[in-house]
Write a protein that binds this ligand. Structure first.
Ligand code: BEZ
Ligand code: FE
Length: 304
């Protein structure tokens, strides 16, 4: 007979897990259990409150589809994705490497390939056209040839293709390659800031917290090349009113940009341009995954 009270139940739960063979799983689950018990004690969690929490988590799971990942959104609005990214960067990004940002819930694998200079705005072409150009280099400034640059963003109405149209259509996303000198250039339309999806449980929670729910205008970028650490980042537009209060904490000063006419090296001088060079870090081969996020279809349980 175990007469467990508000403190001894924690020790007993930890004791039952102590033989977990995988040491990292043992460490993570023991810490999660300790912190969850401490949290319940700190707020004196009541049964109806915990049931409301369980109902909330259930709704978060039920909102997930192959095209929507509500748990990533939850991690993002809690600041947890940013925290995990920052710790991952501290462990493996070279000091000269471009800072990272959130992958977010709208990344999709197998985006269409484009030639240098083409526009990713294929279906939704409204908005101010801009050119983005620069170079991908290693930490010492040496060019990285044939790097894959995936970019994705909202249209000028603030919607991703997954939200704006049938999920079979990819728009406002694409893959480019650097040339032999590591250079790239592409065209797109200037994105606008947008609200995170507010029609699900995470949006409802955000509203209860009196938060505006907006992300400043940005373009997501993922740069990959053999031998280098995958760079997941985003460029944020300086003129967005929410640049200092991103709901998901993705902005870093070094990622803030502004488009300008007449940039000296622009390959398309007639268009407003952004010059941004991406610096990759060497792959540290430390074995731990580098992304907080995924194509939502990857995170669905296998059928059957
Ligand atoms: C995004 O930038 O796509 C995003 C990131 C986190 C939450 C919602 C949207
Ligand atoms: Fe985004």
């Amino acid at each position: 007979m175990q007469d467990l009270d508000r403190d001894s139940v924690t020790a007993e739960a930890l004791a039952q897990m102590a033989d977990t063979p995988d040491p990292r799983l043992r460490e993570i689950m023991a810490a999660a259990t300790r912190h969850l018990h401490d949290f319940a004690r700190e707020v004196n969690l009541q049964p109806d409150e915990w049931l409301a929490g369980i109902a909330f988590l259930t709704a978060v799971g039920q909102a997930c589809t192959p095209f929507r990942q509500e748990f990533i959104l939850l991690s993002d609005v809690l600041g947890l994705s940013r925290l995990v990214n920052v710790m991952h960067d501290a462990a493996g990004r070279e000091a000269t490497g471009t800072e990272t940002s959130l992958l977010g819930p709208f990344f999709r694998e197998q985006a269409p390939e484009f030639a240098a200079g083409e526009s990713i705005a294929v279906h939704d072409t409204q908005g101010t056209e801009v050119v983005i150009f620069g170079q991908v280099t290693d930490g010492a400034g040496r060019p990285v040839a044939d790097a894959a640059i995936d970019i994705w963003q909202t249209n000028a109405a603030g919607l991703y293709d997954l939200q704006a149209r049938d999920a079979t259509v990819m728009d406002m996303r694409g893959r480019f390659r650097t040339d032999a000198a590591g250079r790239y250039h592409l065209r797109t339309v200037k994105p606008v800031g947008y609200s995170i999806p507010m029609d699900g449980p995470v949006g409802r929670m955000t509203r209860l917290q009196n938060r505006h729910g907006f992300r400043p205008a940005h373009i997501h970028v993922l740069v990959a090349a053999p031998g280098y650490r995958e760079l997941v980042t985003a460029l944020y537009f300086a003129d967005d009113p929410n640049i200092a209060s991103d709901t998901v904490f993705g902005v870093s000063q070094s990622l803030v940009v502004a488009e300008r006419l007449g940039l000296p090296d622009s390959p398309m001088p007639g268009l407003p341009a952004i010059h941004y060079d991406f610096r990759l870090s060497r792959d540290a081969a430390e074995g731990s995954g580098g992304r907080v996020g995924a194509d939502p279809s990857r995170l669905m349980p296998a059928a059957g």
